[in-house]
Design a protein around this ligand. Structure first.
Ligand code: CP
Length: 325
């Protein structure tokens, strides 16, 4: 099936992620993964952090980063992860490729597949893109979703939940408070799914009404009217950037007003437990969703998230290749 436009058909068939033997073939979404699969990736990450590979296990393998949106953390950490495993890496930014001459997503993908990559990491503004590519992928190509619209960002969720596990060890007694743009953040949508699979005790949320999804309760998240109430005795505080690029300007909150109601500063943070950790998937907007004193303060694990992202992505790459049949 050839889709000649840049707009993919939305198809969230999460069974596409698995080989016939039930092992992970592509990483498209957190939804559909089991606790065992997530824990397997965590165990691989533990090993990679303890003992970084020295023998180039992926020598002669190729990873292509195909990015239709800007990225710092995700693209660079996939590149470094693959290189540290010994693979060859090719980076394609859509605006510097033949996409700018009108080449469709499908034709771009078929062109890249003809070069027989082992892994293709895709970021795209349209939801469902990674699923679409997985439907079309040749048997030897593994697709990794690096963010599709507001839908999913599975490796971000894995690195976020890995970081929570690193500091808090057990999910069942945890209270996680998420503040901000829950509706348009693919990172937090995937994180909520991971937290539920990992049987997190309580997931709370607070944000402007226009930035809260209608199905928040069905997602297993308790909605709070005020940030202070949401933070009360929380173990983990997740702050989020407003996804301006996906929101109609008329629905964007005033930044000063947003900070007054939802910004995390040291005074607000005192509502959470004294040993609460503060997270942010990045990029951060200082003075809007978080102050510098919190972002750079002793409870912030934002840089640890980035560090873990590299190891988690190494773990995901090796998991997909190890599962080859
Ligand atoms: N968290 C995240 O996806 O960051 P980048 O957009 O910089 O990759």
């Amino acid at each position: 099936m050839i889709n000649t436009s840049n707009k993919p058909l939305i198809e969230y068939n999460n069974t596409l992620q698995f080989n016939p033997d039930g092992h992970l073939k592509h990483l498209l979404d957190i939804k559909g993964l089991t606790k065992t699969e997530i824990q397997k990736i965590f165990t691989k990450t533990d090993l990679l952090l303890r003992q970084p590979p020295t023998n180039q296990p992926l020598k002669h393998k190729t990873l292509i980063n195909l990015f239709y949106e800007a990225s710092t953390r995700t693209r660079i950490s996939f590149e470094l992860a693959a290189k540290r495993l010994g693979a060859d890496v090719v980076n394609i930014q859509s605006n510097a490729s033949s996409v700018s001459k009108g080449e469709s997503l499908s034709d771009t993908f078929y062109t890249l597949q003809a070069m027989q990559p082992d892994l293709l990491v895709i970021r795209h503004p349209n939801e469902g893109t990674a699923h679409l590519l997985a439907q079309e992928a040749l048997p030897q190509t593994h697709i990794i979703n690096a963010g599709d619209g507001s839908h999913a960002h599975p490796t971000q969720a894995l690195l976020d939940s890995y970081t929570i596990r690193q500091y808090k060890h057990n999910f069942t007694n945890l209270c996680v408070a998420i503040i901000g743009d829950i509706k348009y953040s693919r990172a937090v949508r995937s994180l909520i799914q991971a937290l539920r699979i990992l049987e997190t005790g309580e997931i709370r949320a607070c944000g402007p009404q226009t930035l809260i999804p209608d199905d928040i309760a069905q997602q297993g998240v308790m909605l709070f009217k005020t940030t202070d109430a949401c933070l009360e005795q929380a173990d983990v505080v997740v702050t989020l950037r407003i996804q301006k690029e996906r929101i109609h300007p008329a629905l964007l909150p005033d930044e000063q007003e947003y900070f007054q109601h939802y910004g995390i500063d040291n005074r607000r943070l005192q509502r959470a437990k004294a040993d609460a950790i503060v997270m942010h998937p990045g990029p951060i907007n200082r003075g809007i969703e978080i102050t510098s004193e919190v972002a750079d303060g002793p409870q912030s694990v934002i840089r640890e998230q980035v560090k873990n992202g590299l190891a988690v992505r190494m773990a995901v790459i090796t998991e997909l290749l190890d599962n080859r049949i």
